[in-house]
Design a protein around this ligand. Structure first.
Ligand SMILES: [Cu+2]
Length: 162
């Protein structure tokens, strides 16, 4: 009896927590873009700046245009540029913009089902997890472009004013 009541209370509490978190915009996404591809190209990158209100991580990404989507980091090892998937996602410190850009962190779209044509957009879903383990989803329409759009080239450490 005690056990049942405890379980019911837990369900109720987590339901409430989810509702309040789902309403809050927990992670701001700016300057998102994906690099255009040519016929036959099977992979490309998507880039953006993520600013989390409270600490969390980007745990997964999906898009209907790609069979496999991973969060990658790219860095020099000796004089070789290497990239690898981040097994537990991308860390997002509270209030600090994290830049995904060519040569650094990026969203890797693989097993592309069609070429990404510039001046179109692709749907991308980001899944974030906060410190309590609650997941929130953000649906984006990401513009496809050959190079970073003007806004995305601004230095991340500069004062950001709207
Ligand atoms: Cu990659």
């Amino acid at each position: 009896m005690t056990l049942i009541r405890w379980a019911a209370a837990t369900v109720c509490f987590s339901g409430m927590a989810f509702a309040s978190l789902a309403q809050a915009q927990t992670v701001e996404v700016q300057n998102a873009w994906a690099r255009a591809t040519v016929q036959g190209q099977k992979a490309t990158g998507a880039f953006m700046t993520l600013t989390a209100k409270s600490a969390g991580r980007l745990v997964s990404v999906s898009s209907p245009v790609a069979g496999v989507v991973e969060v990658h980091e790219m860095k020099m090892e000796g004089d070789v540029m290497k990239m690898r998937a981040l097994p537990s996602g991308l860390e997002l410190p509270a209030g600090k913009p994290v830049e995904l850009k060519p040569g650094g962190y990026h969203v890797m779209l693989m097993d592309l089902k069609l070429p990404l044509q510039k001046d179109t957009t692709i749907p991308v879903t980001l899944v974030f997890k906060d410190a309590k383990g609650t997941e929130t989803k953000t649906e984006l329409k990401v513009p496809v472009s050959q190079t970073a759009p003007a806004g995305a080239a601004a230095p991340a450490h500069g004062a950001h004013k709207h």
